[in-house]
Write a protein that binds this ligand. Structure first.
Ligand code: TMP
Length: 224
C-alpha cells in the first residue's frame, strides 16, 4: 500500500482549551490508520526552543517589549522548522504541532497590537509562508479557559513559572479569541473550529469527525 502523503496539522486555541489532551487522541486515531505521527509544540519543540520558552513564559518578564516577544517566538520557530518540522515532513511523517504561526498572528499581532497582517507577512518573508494543511481551532470563552488553566497550575499540572500569559487580563484573552475566529473566517479552507467548552469526549468526537472528513476517511467509532 502506498504510504499516505505527509501532513502538517496544527492545534490552536486560547488558554485552557485542552489542546494537549486532544492532540493525543488525534495521534492515536492517525497512528491506527497507518500514519507515523510526530507530536511537537511551540514554543519549546527543540533544545534551544525550551530555553526560549522559559524566557517567554516567565511571569517575571511581564514587561517584555512586544517586538522582543514576537522575535523570540520566531527564533523558536526557526529552530523548530529547520530541525524538526521540515525533516519530519521530508521523511513522510505526519506532524502534529501544538501551536504554530497563527499563534503569533493572534497573540502578538492581534492581542499585543503589532498588527495581524504584519505578523503574517513576516511569516511569509522569513519562512516562505510554510503553512499547515489543516488547523484545528479549539474555541472557548476565555473566562472558562482561564479558570481551567489556573486550576491546572494550582494542581501543579503546569508550572507556575510558565504563567506569564495566564496573568494577562481578560481583555487580552478576548482579543486572542476574536483574532483566532477572524483567521478562521478568513481561511475557511484551512481552519476547522471546534467548540472546546464541552467535555473531553464530545470535543474528541468533533475533532476526529472533522479530521476524517478532511482526509476522506471513515469516521471514528461512536463514543463509548
Ligand atoms: P502553550 O500554553 O500552548 O504551551 O503556549 C504557551 C503560550 O505562548 C500561550 O500563552 C500562547 C503563547 N504563544 C504566543 O504568544 N505566540 C506564539 O507564537 C506561540 C507559539 C505561543
Amino acid at each position: 500500500m502506498a504510504s499516505p502523503r505527509p501532513l502538517f496539522l496544527t492545534f490552536e486555541g486560547g488558554e485552557g482549551a485542552g489542546k494537549t489532551t486532544q492532540i493525543l487522541h488525534v495521534a492515536a486515531f492517525l497512528n491506527a490508520r497507518g500514519r507515523s505521527c510526530l507530536l511537537t509544540r511551540e514554543p519549546g519543540g527543540t533544545d534551544i526552543g525550551r530555553k526560549i520558552r522559559a524566557l517567554l513564559l516567565d511571569p517575571g518578564h511581564a514587561a517584555m517589549a512586544p517586538l522582543t516577544e514576537l522575535l523570540l517566538y520566531m527564533a523558536d520557530r526557526a529552530e523548530h522548522i529547520e530541525r524538526v518540522i521540515r525533516p519530519a515532513l521530508a521523511a513522510g511523517r505526519t506532524v502534529l504541532c501544538d501551536r504554530f504561526f497563527d499563534a503569533t498572528v493572534v497573540y502578538q499581532g492581534a492581542a499585543r497590537g503589532l498588527s495581524m497582517e504584519w505578523a503574517e507577512s513576516l511569516h511569509e518573508l522569513v519562512f516562505s509562508g510554510l503553512r499547515p494543511d489543516l488547523t484545528l481551532l479549539l474555541d472557548l470563552p476565555p473566562e472558562v479557559g482561564l479558570a481551567r488553566a489556573r486550576r491546572q497550575m494550582e494542581k501543579g499540572g503546569r508550572a507556575a513559572r510558565e504563567g506569564r500569559f495566564e496573568n494577562e487580563d481578560l481583555s487580552f484573552h478576548r482579543r486572542v479569541r476574536e483574532g483566532y475566529l477572524e483567521l478562521a473566517r478568513r481561511r475557511p479552507e484551512r481552519f476547522r473550529v471546534i467548540d472546546a467548552g464541552r467535555g473531553e469526549a464530545e470535543v474528541k468526537e468533533d475533532l476526529l469527525r472533522a479530521l476524517a472528513e478532511f482526509l476522506d476517511l471513515p469516521p471514528a467509532e461512536g463514543r463509548r
